[in-house]
Design a protein around this ligand. Structure first.
Ligand SMILES: [Zn+2]
Length: 346
């Protein structure tokens, strides 16, 4: 009996849309756009009602009012334009990939169970390297621990797929299929974003033309704020934003729905990086890329450092890491003092 004969038969069909009045494809671009303003709105609400200035140690209100070289209305216009064009391009690219197909989940779980069964075939050989006879060991535990006996013996009939997959094999396969694989898709997706964005961002600074024409737009903001995260030249918005997301989505084989939540995570990280707030439970702090880390990059004296967005890894490896320290805090203090002086002389 070969593998295809024992797999449950199934028919793939397009998934029912999450909401009845809009396709998942369209929804997957509406949600991140709405999410961008919702997340930004939450920060704004905190700003207005809960005095989060206590968590904003870097810039004074006077700096927020005077140091940026782009007005808030211009930032709003450019951000909206970028979101519309990015989503339109993303929609066209995703449409070519077709809808998510469902209906073969049991079969996919069985495929994973058979992969586990195949892996077991290596166990007796590995045990033999340590001088252990797997089959003898299996016979000793066959009554008390049948699942372990099966593994020690190489998965039963070595070299053949049994039509009777063990309950534990199916349970583990279920866990892999529904939880571990999607988690790995998300983790590897963010690693791809981190890598792509570090090198693309660094190149935008390294090449004079690219910096002057393209990336300097984003650096009009010396004091970034939550909803300024997507304020950038359209070339940057497409080449870095859409480019990195498309690569991560494609290489990890995510479904549209996964892509939707993945995109939301990326947007949250972008917004959080631009808040300038230092909340104790900020998710970025877990990986080191707190808002302070990125705010430092927005300062004229820190612009050649901290190109990463998700982890410190590439900055650390490539020698561009500058974590908050006495020197940077002194520089921030000088900026605050200079602004106060200018305001007083007006
Ligand atoms: Zn930059």
């Amino acid at each position: 009996m070969n593998a295809s004969e024992i797999l449950p038969s199934c028919t793939l069909r397009p998934a029912e849309p999450l909401l009845p009045f809009v396709s998942d494809l369209t929804l997957s671009f509406i949600v991140p756009t709405v999410g961008y303003w919702l997340i930004s709105g939450v920060y704004l609400m905190f700003e207005l009602f809960y005095g989060v200035e206590d968590y904003s140690p870097l810039h004074t209100p006077a700096e927020k009012l005077t140091r940026n070289r782009a007005t808030k209305s211009h930032v709003f216009y450019i951000t909206m334009r970028n979101l519309v064009i990015q989503n339109a391009l993303g929609w066209v690219l995703a449409r070519r990939a077709g809808p998510d197909l469902y209906g073969c989940e049991d079969r996919d779980v069985a495929v994973w169970a058979m992969r586990l069964r195949s892996l077991q075939q290596w166990i007796p050989s590995l045990l033999a390297l340590a001088g252990i006879d797997g089959k003898s060991a299996a016979s000793r535990v066959s009554h008390s621990m049948p699942a372990l006996a099966q593994v020690l013996a190489g998965g039963g009939q070595a070299g053949e797929f049994s039509p009777f997959l063990a309950r534990w094999e199916l349970s583990l396969a279920h866990l892999l299929y529904y939880y571990l694989v999607p988690t790995m898709q998300f983790v590897s997706g963010y690693m791809i974003l981190d890598t792509y964005q570090y090198f693309a961002h660094r190149m935008l600074h390294q090449n004079r033309w690219l910096y002057r024409v393209v990336h300097s737009v984003h650096h009009h903001l010396v004091v970034p704020y939550p909803w300024s995260a997507f304020y950038a030249h359209i070339i940057e918005a497409l080449a870095v934003g859409v480019g990195s997301a498309t690569l991560a989505f494609t290489l990890t084989g995510m479904t549209l729905r996964q892509g939707m939540w993945f995109g939301m995570g990326a947007i949250f990280n972008e917004i959080n990086s631009h808040t300038g707030y230092d909340f104790p439970l900020s998710p970025g702090r877990l990986l080191g890329t707190s808002p302070i880390f990125h705010d430092l990059h927005h300062q004229s004296w820190g612009v050649k450092y901290n190109f990463g967005f998700y982890t410190l890894f590439w900055d650390w490896l490539c020698g561009t890491l500058w974590m908050e320290d006495e020197h940077s805090m002194r520089k921030y203090a000088e900026g605050r003092a200079m602004t106060e002086k200018k305001m007083a002389n007006k």
